[in-house]
Ligand binder design. Structure first.
Ligand code: SF4
Length: 311
């Protein structure tokens, strides 16, 4: 319990950047998930501002269309009518279907510490026979363990793609540091909350499977991974992040991503590694991007000259 409080404390005291924090009225609160079930996003926007976040693509389009002034990562809007919407929409969920928190925000980003908005939503869901999956990068999630213990079917996933502090600082520095996420996993496990880890996005030079799998295997029962989902939406932020992370060697990173060599190696090694350390293998998902599309996206960027070699 003492450890639990220290984690919360560190988050509450975290020096959160100045955020545009407003309220918004949502037209609906449940969105059908591509992989089945429903997703529920208590907030619009996400102060974690991960460089690889592909939600920013949708936002950038909306921003252009609606003249928003804040770039992705610099605003958080609370969906003030979330509880009311949920009361009206809950009948859409069939028995056995699940709700995913969240697909386009982090339900436990630092603003949640003061607002308790996600907590209020979960307090309402506790009486429903619905499977809840939480995926977060925030150790704040341990605050709600007392509530999780009342659910029949709830699991908490941590998205962790590196244990390297320098990589974390370059790519997703507004989220909880990797060691706090590991500590939170330990606490959840001790409190008998079902957990999993999603190594997402796994990236060359950043995600070291050999080091991570044994560490994660001690703290959770299931591990899966996906590769970087590169698009026009996250490319510029990722380009900057990689420049910070490995200045002068960025091309090595991009070459490994684009030529798929690294992904092919991991595809062979990941499952045996999970078996070796006694953790369930949940899958390795490849987000592919065709050479043609990459060339279109990166036609002006000399760092991608290697794409045009041997043509
Ligand atoms: S935590 Fe998720 S939603 Fe938030 S910025 Fe990172 S990737 Fe995007």
């Amino acid at each position: 319990m003492k450890q639990q409080r220290s984690l919360q404390q560190s988050l509450w005291e975290e020096n959160v950047r100045e955020m545009d924090s407003t309220a918004v009225t949502a037209k609906s609160i449940l969105t059908p998930c591509g992989f089945g079930g429903w997703s529920l996003n208590p907030y619009v926007g996400c102060s974690h501002a991960c460089a690889y976040c592909y939600v920013r693509r949708r936002w950038n389009r909306m921003e252009a269309a609606e003249s928003h002034v804040h770039p992705w990562g610099a605003f958080v809007q609370v969906k003030i009518n979330a509880l009311d919407r949920l009361r009206r929409e809950i009948h859409r969920i069939s028995p056995g279907e699940g709700i995913w928190l969240s697909s386009a925000t982090d339900a436990y980003q630092p603003q949640e510490a003061q607002r308790c908005h996600t907590r209020k939503i979960l307090e309402m869901l506790v009486d429903w026979d619905v499977k809840i999956t939480i995926l977060t990068k925030s150790a704040l999630v341990v605050r709600d363990i007392d509530l999780f213990q009342h659910f029949r079917n709830l699991r908490v996933g941590f998205s962790i793609n590196t244990l390297d502090r320098h990589a974390w600082q370059c790519i997703e520095m507004n989220s909880s540091p990797p060691e706090e996420r590991l500590e939170a996993l330990e606490i959840l496990q001790r409190e008998h909350i079902s957990t999993f880890v999603f190594m997402s996005p796994a990236m060359p030079f950043i995600t070291d499977f050999d080091t991570m799998v044994p560490v994660l295997a001690k703290r959770t029962r299931r591990v899966s991974a996906e590769t970087l989902n590169l698009s026009e939406g996250n490319y510029a932020a990722m380009r900057e992040a990689i420049q910070r992370f490995m200045p002068g060697r960025e091309q090595d990173f991009w070459q490994a991503v684009v030529t798929r060599k690294w992904g092919n190696t991991i595809a062979k090694q990941f499952e045996p590694l999970c078996k070796q350390y006694g953790v369930r293998f949940g899958g390795f998902f490849r987000n592919e991007c065709s050479r043609k599309k990459l060339k279109q996206m990166f036609s002006d960027d000399p760092i991608f000259d290697f794409l045009r070699e041997n043509e």
